[in-house]
Design a protein around this ligand. Structure first.
Ligand SMILES: *[C@@H]1O[C@H](CO)[C@@H](O)[C@H](O)[C@H]1NC(C)=O
Ligand SMILES: *[C@@H]1O[C@H](CO)[C@@H](O)[C@H](O)[C@H]1NC(C)=O
Ligand SMILES: *[C@@H]1O[C@H](CO)[C@@H](O)[C@H](O)[C@H]1NC(C)=O
Ligand SMILES: *[C@@H]1O[C@H](CO)[C@@H](O)[C@H](O)[C@H]1NC(C)=O
Ligand SMILES: *[C@@H]1O[C@H](CO)[C@@H](O)[C@H](O)[C@H]1NC(C)=O
Ligand SMILES: *[C@@H]1O[C@H](CO)[C@@H](O)[C@H](O)[C@H]1NC(C)=O
Ligand SMILES: *[C@@H]1O[C@H](CO)[C@@H](O)[C@H](O)[C@H]1NC(C)=O
Ligand SMILES: *[C@@H]1O[C@H](CO)[C@@H](O)[C@H](O)[C@H]1NC(C)=O
Ligand SMILES: *[C@@H]1O[C@H](CO)[C@@H](O)[C@H](O)[C@H]1NC(C)=O
Length: 583
């Protein structure tokens, strides 16, 4: 900045400006702000349980009512008086900056910038503080916290959303090809998506090049078992494909984490694929309620695990099961199928890796987590409202208890929940109540009417402080390490940006990731919560179940050429993590 630079001479600073290109070769080591001795660089976090309680607090500020001042005048205006002070000249001088490195050049002018600066230099103020100094901002990542050595930072995707090639190499149809949960009939289908089935090596190379070490993906059941059921032939081409994919991930220095079922139930489980009935519990009938489902899924899981357990350290049985459980019997099938595969993996394969589920972040989580993590029965609210729920026996609970090695959660955003206006009991007793069977009022604004956070294209609001609270709840309630298995932000109207460069500079997505990870670090270091990993959703824009316009990606995909481009958020994200990863 120039000394005493003001509006009239601002062209000088333009003329002096030089374009400087700073090579960006990755993250820069950050000075520690809060710890002068760098202790966090080597320390290991100490995880501990605390009783969880949460009180919703909001800041309420009321504007003082303002009364306009009097309109009385006490003399004529300046225009009528200027003749009394003739020959006035005006100019501007701007702000005094003692640290400026460029001197004013107008020293011939007795009243110019140089003369003005000289008056301040003579004053020689000690420790003059620049008035533009800003208050600390809560969300700035100025913490000194590091991700622990064993923290797993990665990226995630799912087969139907990226693969395409739906009818190739033996795959048979899944629920995904007939579903219309996007905007309606005529929505774009998953037939092509990102062509990742053929471009997987390029995709993996691009992730490895960014320093990503963990890759979470799903295998479609119908590409392994086109006829879905036990006793039917296994598709050799499908096995070969995922063997090669897994090997390539490992060859590129990454760990493959596999999800067995990510919403793509084989169509065989529906007598009429286009009439799948009403889902009472979740948004969709995922076929889990079909009496042949449980055994068939366990068999499929056993086929995949036996083939790849030597190379795959982490297995997810179900992705977000609540959303695809249509009723209580479907919930029963999920918890039992999951537990059977957990026991198969640890007791029969003797796998040394980990088995878990990925939950969506609705209140329905305890329905699955009570039996699987604590050996406890379903919550009372679930039993009150789901008429066909299957009671769990003591033997069931003993079998289910402790059958997840960690808790996978997809905490994209938060929702404000409150009891129904007529009370929970009245709603639970009335199947015609619009809130039945959840009997929970959900909202994305606070009680004072403010949005819960900055809004994205869809249901996602930027809610980092709630994330920290939620991580505390999950850890202290279910007492297992928590992995953020998906989180991401579809920037509003990103798909409408006709200029590619506008899509690439995705600042709100960067803000989302930096804020969420900052709160995660606080949960680890300040609250003793064991958060074991975080996976960004998604590694590229993809098919969001009937919709290509909700861009969740940290890379763009050209739908004509299939070319991928890194967005700014991908760099910001990996740099944020790398700069804070324990050496
Ligand atoms: C470094 O500072 C932290 C507090 O910031 C303190 O707890 C720790 O004991 C210090 N370590 C050493 C080696 O001085
Ligand atoms: C200015 O700052 C220095 C270093 O912090 C301090 O030693 C000195 O006392 C300060 N001077 C005044 C006048 O505040
Ligand atoms: C000048 O630089 C010092 C050291 O960086 C800083 O503390 C001070 O606030 C700066 N003063 C102004 C006016 O910017
Ligand atoms: C249940 O799945 C079987 C295949 O295992 C299928 O034959 C049957 O039609 C399905 N039942 C219903 C009601 O969708
Ligand atoms: C799903 O469950 C309902 C009972 O809630 C039952 O009537 C129906 O036949 C089941 N569907 C299948 C395919 O098993
Ligand atoms: C579930 O298993 C854990 C660990 O073995 C045990 O501490 C707990 O008591 C069991 N829960 C029930 C309800 O039996
Ligand atoms: C059940 O809910 C419906 C829809 O809100 C309402 O019209 C009806 O009066 C309720 N029944 C009872 C017994 O409250
Ligand atoms: C974005 O583009 C879609 C068509 O691709 C259009 O339907 C929608 O109205 C546009 N939204 C905005 C905010 O311009
Ligand atoms: C996709 O690629 C085609 C062909 O190069 C180009 O015409 C089009 O503008 C690209 N689309 C976007 C959104 O960049």
């Amino acid at each position: 900045m120039m000394r005493g630079v003001g509006i009239v001479t601002s062209w000088v600073s333009v003329a002096l400006a030089q374009q400087v290109y700073v090579p960006a070769e990755g993250p820069v080591t950050r000075p520690t702000v809060c710890s002068t001795n760098g202790s966090y660089a080597t320390a290991t976090p100490v995880y501990s349980f605390t009783p969880f309680s949460f009180t919703q607090t909001e800041t309420v500020r009321t504007a003082t009512s303002v009364t306009p001042g009097p309109t009385t005048t006490y003399a004529p205006p300046y225009e009528s008086l200027s003749h009394l002070v003739p020959d006035l000249a005006t100019t501007t001088w701007g702000n005094w900056d003692p640290n400026a490195t460029v001197a004013a050049t107008d020293s011939a002018d007795p009243y110019g910038q140089a003369a003005w600066s000289a008056i301040w230099e003579r004053a020689n103020l000690a420790n003059f503080t620049y008035r533009g100094c800003t208050l600390p901002r809560y969300f700035q990542p100025q913490d000194s916290y590091y991700f622990p050595k064993d923290f797993e930072f990665g990226v995630a995707g799912s087969a139907s959303q990226i693969e395409g090639a739906i009818a190739d190499e033996g795959r048979t149809p899944t629920l995904m090809e007939v579903i219309t949960i996007g905007r309606g009939e005529g929505d774009p289908k998953d037939y092509v998506t990102n062509e990742n089935y053929y471009l997987y090596k390029q995709d993996i190379e691009r992730l490895a090049a960014m320093g990503v070490k963990y890759y979470s993906f799903s295998i479609p059941w119908t590409r392994i078992l086109p006829f879905a059921l036990e006793g039917t032939p296994v598709n050799q081409q499908g096995l070969d494909h995922y063997a090669d994919l897994i090997d390539f991930v490992i060859a590129k220095g990454m760990e493959p984490h596999v999800t067995l079922l990510h919403f793509d139930t084989p169509l065989q489980f529906y007598a009429d694929p286009y009439d799948r009935g009403e889902a009472l519990v979740g948004q969709n009938n995922g076929g889990y309620n079909n009496t042949t489902f449980q055994d068939a899924f366990v068999h499929y899981g056993q086929v995949v695990m036996t083939h790849f357990a030597d190379r795959v350290p982490v297995w997810y049985t179900f992705n977000e099961p609540l959303l695809y459980c249509d009723n209580g019997r479907a919930v029963d099938a999920v918890v039992k199928a999951h537990a059977r595969l957990y026991h198969f993996y640890h007791d029969e394969i003797k796998g040394a890796g980990r088995v878990a589920l990925k939950f969506n972040d609705n209140f329905g989580l305890a329905t699955f987590a009570n039996p699987l993590f604590l050996g406890q029965d379903y919550p009372e609210a679930f039993k009150m409202t789901i008429p066909d729920y299957v009671p769990l026996t003591a033997a069931d609970l003993a079998f289910l208890n402790g059958t997840a090695d960690f808790l996978g959660i997809d905490p994209y955003t938060a929702t404000v929940v409150s009891p129904p206006r007529h009370g929970i009991a009245a709603c639970a007793a009335n199947a015609s109540d619009p809130l039945f069977p959840y009997c929970v009022q959900q909202s994305t604004s606070t009680t004072t009417g403010w949005n819960i956070g900055y809004r994205s294209e869809s249901y996602v609001y930027m809610t980092p402080t709630y994330l920290r609270t939620y991580l505390n709840y999950l850890w202290n309630t279910f007492r297992h390490p928590v992995v953020i298995t998906e989180f991401g932000f579809p920037v509003a109207r990103e798909a409408n940006a006709t200029d590619l460069s506008d899509q690439l500079f995705d600042q709100p997505r960067s803000d989302y990731y930096v804020q969420f990870l900052s709160e995660t670090l606080k949960a680890i270091w300040e609250d003793g919560v064991h958060v074991a990993g975080a996976f960004a959703w998604s590694f590229a824009d993809n098919w969001e179940f009937g919709d290509y316009d909700q861009h969740f990606g940290i890379q763009t995909v050209n739908r004509t050429t299939m070319e991928r481009r890194y967005k700014k958020s991908f760099f910001d994200l990996v740099d944020f993590v790398a700069a804070r990863t324990q050496k």
